[in-house]
Design a protein around this ligand. Structure first.
Ligand code: NOJ
Length: 541
């Protein structure tokens, strides 16, 4: 058993968590001041989105110095203090490792740009223009437009799968790889709890063949990285792998292969997109499809890998706004999603604010948008003739700023996040949705999360039990069982805003909830009357 198998991880987006010096930007001392709150919630580790030196073209995912803390966030002494103070509370710090690309302001790229003979040139991916002088091929950037940027001085293009200020590193280069490993060891020696690996499935790319994810040498590099760095430490490693299927996930997380602890898969996160189109092209969620996808991951990784469980991160909309009801049934639907996720097998991740039911934050104008992905898409679609209204509809549904508005701590100005002007506007609902209120209300979303974490700690069934999906075709009920050493628990959720009736047992079978989100002390599985978003977990036998 590894420490991360019964752990719950909390993701912090540092820019938006807690400002301590009034500059409107969250920082490390701010995080330290909130560690007691996280301890009360009961989490085991924090995944910290990047705090390294960065020009912030993509809010820290464009790193210009991996061994320095961005002054906006504090100093290396603050970072050391965070690791230490978290440790005192039994909390580990997982660093975000962004090594598919650097910032164009990283010293390696500054050198590389000096000319074709520079020793750092080959740390990046350069190609001659196509015959017509255009880009070498038609690879596209995730942030719109070509993935190739022309460098006047040398007459070559460089590859950037994200913004042009995020040039891709050349993993074919062993010297570059070694420098990355040295840097990782620098952090491991500080006593961190592991790494979340940004778009790690892209490092084996073969751009000339149009291969980006899952390239032929990807797993060779990861095995080398494991040997050279974290394999020598008791840490958690989680890879961000967008196109992973369970088969692919097993390559990363089968312990025998000595690669990563687990990956983030995104199959369930794409179910409200029109197949074959982009994240911006929406379709309604089909619940049986969601159940089938999650059940597949639960059963197929069994014994050969490990699931990470999440509904939200800093790139996705808030789950309660996305598939729940962030108005009338905010509390019930947020608690329902928590119950559904935290009783599955795997390591759950909570994204900051999820535990108090923070919602999406709609905008009406481009000027309110910070995120580079949304801004670039806006320009691109406007030029293609889309209406402003339709573009904003997509951004309000899927834009990344939805998750990035400042953490709502209390009802004071700027929700207690900052005494200055926040870098991104605070959601106007902060007077209703905030930590202070949640802690005062014993029926709040916060306490459901706290209970769910406690349940995982107290019952090995939650960690190890087998998973079985029930009623797969039911249009609104999501139900499953977990079984371990002769004991079976049942988890039932009404994923709809209507009162419904369901039958999950042939005969009358009364069970008492261990956790639920309505005041009810028994449920008859033979004849279930479920209120909007009602959910419970109960012992069956
Ligand atoms: C995935 C990160 O989560 C996202 O925020 C970032 O923009 C891209 N990778 C590029 O680093």
């Amino acid at each position: 058993m590894k420490w991360w198998q019964d752990a719950v991880i909390y993701q912090i987006y540092p820019r938006s968590f807690q400002d301590s010096n009034g500059d409107g930007i969250g920082d490390i001392p701010g995080i330290i001041s909130r560690l007691d709150y996280l301890e009360e919630l009961g989490i085991d580790a924090i995944w910290l989105s990047p705090v390294y030196e960065s020009p912030n073209d993509d809010n820290g995912y464009d790193i210009s110095d991996y061994r320095a803390i961005h002054p906006e966030f504090g100093t290396m002494a603050d970072m050391d203090q965070l690791i230490e103070e978290a440790k005192q509370r039994g909390i580990r710090i997982i660093m975000d490792l962004v090594v598919n690309h650097t910032s164009d302001e990283h010293q390696w790229f500054v050198e590389a740009k000096k000319g074709r003979d520079n020793p750092y040139r080959d740390y990046y991916i350069w190609r001659d223009p196509a015959e017509d002088g255009g880009p070498p091929n038609d690879l596209k950037s995730t942030f719109s437009g070509s993935a190739w940027e022309f460098d006047e001085a040398s007459g070559q293009y460089y590859l950037h799968l994200f913004s042009k200020k995020q040039p891709d590193l050349n993993w074919e280069n062993p010297k570059m790889r070694q420098e990355v490993y040295d840097m990782m060891n620098f952090w491991l020696e500080k006593g961190i709890g592991g790494f979340r690996m940004d778009v790690i499935d892209l490092i084996g790319k073969v751009p000339d063949e149009g291969i980006t994810a899952n390239g032929p040498k990807l797993h060779e590099y990861l095995q080398e990285m494991n040997r050279e760095t974290f394999g020598n430490y008791d840490v958690l490693t989680v890879g961000e792998t967008h196109g992973a299927t369970p088969e692919i996930a097993k390559l990363y997380s089968d312990p025998e292969r000595r690669e990563l602890s687990m990956v983030f898969q995104f199959e369930h996160m794409t179910l409200d997109e029109q197949p074959g189109k982009s994240k911006w092209d929406l379709k309604p969620l089909d619940l049986p499809e969601l159940k089938q996808v999650l059940a597949k991951w639960q059963t197929e990784l069994d014994g050969k890998g490990w699931n990470s469980l999440f509904w939200n991160n800093h790139d996705t909309p808030r789950i309660v706004s996305r598939w729940g009801d962030d108005q009338e049934y905010l509390v019930e639907s947020a608690q329902m999603f928590a119950i559904l996720l935290h009783l599955m097998k795997g390591t759950p991740y909570i994204y900051q604010g999820e535990e108090i039911g923070m919602t999406n934050s709609p905008v009406t104008d481009l000027s309110q948008i910070n995120d580079i992905e949304s801004r670039n898409m806006y320009d691109e679609r406007l030029a293609q003739g889309w209406s402003k209204k339709d573009i904003l509809l997509s951004i309000n549904a899927k834009g990344r700023d939805n998750a990035r508005t400042p953490m709502q701590w209390d009802t004071t100005e700027q929700a207690g996040f900052t005494t200055g002007e926040p870098w991104l506007a605070v959601n106007e609902n902060f007077d209703r949705i905030n930590v202070e209120k949640s802690l005062e209300d014993s029926g709040s979303i916060f306490y459901t999360y706290q209970e769910l974490i406690r349940l995982r700690k107290e019952h090995p069934l939650v960690v190890w039990g087998d998973f079985r999906l029930l009623a797969p075709d039911h249009p609104t009920v999501f139900a499953y069982e977990r079984s371990y050493k002769g004991e079976t628990w049942i988890v039932v959720a009404n994923v709809s805003g209507r009162d419904i009736h369901a039958k999950l047992s042939k005969h009358s079978e009364k069970v008492a909830p261990l956790i639920n989100n309505y005041m009810k002390s028994t449920y008859d599985l033979h004849s279930l009357e479920l209120r909007p978003y009602e959910a419970f977990v109960a012992k069956r036998r």
